[in-house]
Ligand binder design. Structure first.
Ligand SMILES: [Zn+2]
Length: 269
């Protein structure tokens, strides 16, 4: 009876779920974005905390960290213009000078232009609280995206979305492995993960925070180049891949949180 039930119902269901598993993906998953936001929350100045309360009330940064992804499902098209805000695409293997020059010349709205636009809006007291709220939700999210290295990836493969790989035998793509699979593999809640990572010393924090926005983009770009080089199409990824990249993953989440705090301490005045 049980075997019969398995054959008839559960097996086709499992197969359907495996086939329908998302093949494209967009950003750090919910945990990754919340880890970045939670770390940032712990590094706000007194002044920034006070200003944050005016905009968000008692709500936390982590609560809003994924909203810019959720609104992609809005069927009224209110936010369709914002789907390009989550990433930049640049050619492979540029020098730092070439990279920064190309980054500044990218046409239209993108992750680089919108982080700056959202910073201005959050800091602009002539805007309504609602307008500043929305800008702040985006800013929390976009600084997170900037630290998911494949959001500073290549156009030809859509930041790894077109590179098919296997994660523990499950077909997926490289972008999704970095958004979700690697983070989820650690099996921490976002508060646990943030707590474990947030132990950097003062000098390290200063080094990561005291660089320019362009440096942060280049930092992610270098890691993206390393990921591309070490993850060929159809690669079977599992324990060894986690071992290879866990340190990079942890550093990106921590840098994201510390740099988000730096940005918020600048604009929440
Ligand atoms: Zn995103």
């Amino acid at each position: 009876m049980c075997t019969n039930l398995y054959q008839k119902i559960f097996k086709p269901l499992f197969l359907a779920i495996a086939v329908l598993a998302p093949l494209t993906s967009f950003c750090w998953g919910v945990i990754g974005h919340r880890v970045v936001a939670e770390i940032a929350q712990h590094h706000l100045t007194h002044k920034a905390k006070k200003e944050l309360r005016k905009i968000f009330g008692k709500e936390t940064l982590a609560q809003w960290a994924n909203w810019p992804d959720f609104i992609k499902s809005d069927t009224t098209n209110t936010w369709s213009h914002a789907s390009k805000w989550h990433y930049v695409d640049l050619p492979a293997n540029l020098t730092k000078e070439e990279f920064i020059s190309d980054l500044k010349k990218l046409p239209g709205e993108n992750l680089y232009t919108q982080i700056q636009a959202m910073m201005k809006q959050v800091a602009d007291h002539s805007l309504s609280i609602e307008q500043r709220q929305i800008a702040l939700r985006f800013l929390i999210h976009l600084i997170g995206d900037l630290h998911q290295p494949l959001h500073v990836g290549r156009d030809e493969d859509q930041g790894g979305n077109k590179i098919k790989v296997f994660w523990f035998d499950r077909p997926t793509n490289l972008h999704s492995v970095w958004d979700n699979a690697l983070v989820d593999f650690q099996q921490y809640s976002y508060t646990e993960y943030a707590g474990i990572l947030d132990i950097a010393g003062k000098d390290q924090i200063k080094e990561w925070q005291d660089s320019s926005l362009e440096d942060w983009f280049y930092d992610s770009y270098l890691l993206a180049n390393k990921i591309y080089a070490l993850t060929p199409p159809d690669a079977k990824l599992s324990y060894r891949y986690n071992y290879l990249f866990k340190n990079d993953l942890d550093n990106q989440l921590l840098k994201g949180g510390l740099r988000l705090a730096k940005v918020l301490n600048e604009v929440l005045r």
